[in-house]
Write a new protein. Structure first.
Length: 270
């Protein structure tokens, strides 16, 4: 069934590297995250026309859209088993949608470019391989803009909001805690503190307060410990901008990610 009603938006914690292809090595550590991703098609009530993904692994000087009809793969991770550099996620691209989204972004006053060479990075293909393992939904990946300005990315999301009524599912893909140097016990307290702030901001606050708090995210408890660089947080701004007045809820929460880290994903809208 093709999706016809307004779609929600999501901010996904996409996990580490090519984890879906490492089940034996990881021994079930990703079970809660996998279950949350597998539940998403059922939350939508139908299959989207396309997926628009803002990945924490792609930034450009201007907002840039992948326009290749058959996107290649980008293995943007290091030190993983050899077979993870042969992964294929052959979902078709969406070049016509790329042009439509380019026009929406330009209409909001931003420069927007098309990139006919760019492929899927693991911020896109890792979660999508669990959500839509048949790779049968067209995918359009959109970059962040350098500088990580929260207001710019919220405004970007607001410009993309009409796509929700056209069967396009907007996904911000990052990680709610992304400090690779503090993934062990040292990260327990800052990840929990920042996650508590995210829950208050995204679930318990009004839409207006939600945006106000996100614009001032660096003042949150544990903020810069959780995100020394905010590349994995900025996709959230786009998802919230596109959410408009819709409420948020937590759809994945784990307080023992990597053994001691708190991580979450959120859905905005019905």
């Amino acid at each position: 069934m093709t999706q016809t009603r307004r779609l929600p938006t999501y901010y996904l914690s996409h996990g580490g590297g090519p984890w879906p292809w490492m089940a034996e090595q990881l021994a079930g550590a990703y079970g809660p995250l996998a279950a949350s991703l597998q539940a998403m098609p059922g939350q939508l009530g139908g299959r989207p026309k396309a997926l628009l993904v803002i990945s924490g692994h792609w930034e450009e000087s201007a907002f840039t859209l992948m326009s290749c009809p058959k996107p290649p793969m980008i293995y943007d991770y290091y030190g993983f088993p050899p077979h993870t550099y042969q992964i294929q996620y052959p979902a078709p691209g969406a070049p016509e949608l790329a042009q439509q989204v380019q026009a929406l972004i330009q209409g909001a006053g931003f420069t927007a470019r098309l990139d006919p060479q760019r492929g899927y990075d693991h911020g896109t293909f890792t979660p999508l391989a669990v959500i839509y393992p048949n790779a049968d939904v067209p995918v359009l990946q959109l970059s962040m803009r350098v500088g990580y300005d929260p207001q710019e990315h919220i405004t970007l999301g607001q410009a993309l909001a009409p796509l929700r009524d056209e069967g396009v599912l907007i996904l911000g893909s990052g990680l709610s805690y992304h400090n690779l140097r503090e993934l062990g016990p040292v990260g327990r307290a800052p990840s929990a503190a920042f996650d508590q702030w995210l829950q208050q901001t995204l679930v318990a606050s009004s839409p207006q307060e939600r945006i106000r708090r996100l614009l001032d995210w660096e003042a949150a408890p544990g903020a810069r410990r959780a995100h020394p660089q905010e590349d994995h947080l900025i996709p959230l701004m786009v998802a919230v901008g596109a959410a408009g007045e819709d409420p948020g809820r937590c759809v994945y929460h784990q307080d023992d990610f990597f053994g001691s880290i708190t991580a979450s994903s959120f859905m905005f809208g019905a």
